[in-house]
Design a protein around this ligand. Structure first.
Ligand code: ADP
Ligand code: MG
Length: 328
C-alpha cells in the first residue's frame, strides 16, 4: 500500500510528514527538499565525495532502539565515511521505510538526526519515504580536493599506523546486551555511548589532509579495516596488540578471548585508522593536541601482504576472527 493511503487514515499526508519532520532550510543547496531532485554545486576546485550507509532493523539495531540516538547514528555512520576521505560534509539524503507512522518516534528520530547534521553543517536535501520494515538509508555528499582525498591505497612501506580514540567499546556493549559478558552498570554506560552515539571524526579527517597517506574508518573492526588499507596499498603490517587503545573497562578484559576480539575485531566504533610517514610523527601528535582527541600509534606498514600481530613480548599471535562480515 502506498504510504499516502496509510497516512490518509491518520490525517497526515506523506508530504505533511516530510514537511514536518524532514524539511529544514538548505541555504547551501541550489534546491533542497520538495522537487524531483535536489540541485547541488560543490565549491570551485572541489569534487563530490559520495557515500551511502544503511541501518536495518534487526541487523544494525533493535526495534526498541531509542529513536533520538538512532537518528544520530544513522547520520553519524555516514559522516564517518566522509571523515575517512578527508571530505567536508555538505548534504545528505534520507531514504526511510517504516511500518507505520509514529509521530513521537519521528519527532525524536528527526531531532537526533538534525542535531548532528547541524553540528556538522550538513543539509538534508531530499530522500524517500515509504512503508515497509524499518530501514534507514542515508546518502551523504561531501567535498574535497580530488588530489588530497584520503584513499585506502596510499600507504607506503615504513609508514606508521595510527588510530583515534578507543576501540572495542561498542562491541563490548553489544556483547553485554547479548549476554556474552556482564558489565557493571557504569561500565556498560561507557561502552553503550560508543555503540549508540558514535562521534564521527570529521575534524580529524580534515586535519589529516596532506599528512596521512591513507585512511579508513573502523566500522567492521580494526583487523578487517586495516586489512582493506593493506590490500589496497598492496603492503603488510606489524601491529602491536598492547598498543591498541582501549577503555579502562576493556583493558581489564583484554587478556580474555572476548576482550581481545572486541579490541581487534569489534565493529561499530567509527574511529579512524590511518597511516603517516614516520617523519611526520610529531605532526600527528600536534593534531591530537589541537583536537583534544587521543591518537595512538599501533604499528607500522611493511613490505609483504600479511598483518603480523604481536603481543607485548613481541611474539606473533593469531586473532580469532577477522571482523564483521554480513555474509560470513
Ligand atoms: P518523488 O515521488 O518524485 O520521488 P517524493 O514524493 O518521494 O518524490 O518526495 C517528495 C520530496 O520530498 C522530494 O524532494 C524528496 O527528495 C523529499 N523527501 C522524501 N522523503 C524524504 C525524507 N525522508 N527526508 C527528506 N526528504 C524527503
Ligand atoms: Mg520518491
Amino acid at each position: 500500500m502506498p504510504l499516502h493511503l496509510l497516512l490518509a487514515s491518520q490525517n497526515m499526508s506523506e508530504f505533511d510528514l516530510i514537511k514536518r519532520y524532514f524539511t529544514r532550510d538548505t541555504p547551501g543547496a541550489l534546491l533542497g527538499v520538495g522537487d524531483d531532485a535536489a540541485l547541488l554545486q560543490p565549491s570551485a576546485g572541489r569534487v563530490l565525495a559520495v557515500s551511502s550507509d544503511m541501518l536495518v532493523c534487526g541487523t544494525h539495531f533493535y526495534a526498541d532502539a531509542d529513536p533520538y540516538l538512532l537518528g544520530h547514528k544513522t547520520l553519524a555512520v555516514n559522516l564517518s565515511d566522509l571523515a575517512a576521505m578527508g571530505a567536508v560534509p555538505r548534504w545528505a539524503t534520507l531514504a526511510i521505510a517504516m511500518p507505520g507512522v509514529d509521530e513521537v518516534w519521528l519527532a525524536q528520530f528527526s531531532a537526533g538526526f538534525f542535531a548532528l547534521a547541524e553540528a556538522h553543517g550538513v543539509e538534508l536535501v531530499g530522500g524517500d519515504t515509504t512503508r515497509g520494515p524499518l530501514n534507514l538509508c542515508v546518502t551523504i555528499f561531501g567535498e574535497v580536493q580530488a588530489a588530497q582525498a584520503l584513499r585506502r591505497g596510499g600507504a607506503q612501506s615504513g609508514d606508521e599506523i595510527w588510530v583515534s580514540g578507543e576501540l572495542g567499546n561498542a562491541a563490548l556493549a553489544l556483547a553485554h546486551l547479548q549476554g556474552r559478558v556482564v558489565l557493571p552498570e557504569d561500565d556498560f554506560a561507557v561502552c553503550a555511548s560508543a555503540l549508540y552515539q558514535p562521534q564521527p571524526r570529521v575534524a580529524l579527517g580534515l586535519a589529516l589532509l596532506g599528512l596521512a597517506t591513507s585512511a579508513i574508518d573502523v566500522s567492521d573492526g580494526l583487523l578487517a579495516d586495516l586489512g582493506h588499507i593493506l590490500e589496497c596499498s598492496q603492503l603488510g603490517a606489524v601491529l602491536d596488540v598492547a598498543a591498541v587503545p582501549v577503555s579502562t573497562v576493556l583493558r581489564s578484559l583484554i587478556d580474555s578471548p572476548l576482550g581481545r576480539q572486541c579490541a581487534l575485531s569489534g565493529g561499530d566504533d567509527y574511529e579512524l585508522c590511518f597511516t603517516v610517514p614516520a617523519s611526520r610523527h610529531d605532526a600527528v601528535l600536534r593534531v591530537s593536541e589541537q583536537l583534544a582527541l587521543p591518537l595512538t600509534r599501533i604499528g607500522r606498514i611493511v613490505e609483504g601482504h600479511d598483518c603480523i600481530i604481536r603481543d607485548a613480548a613481541g611474539n606473533p599471535i593469531n586473532p580469532e576472527s577477522g571482523g564483521y562480515d554480513h555474509f560470513r
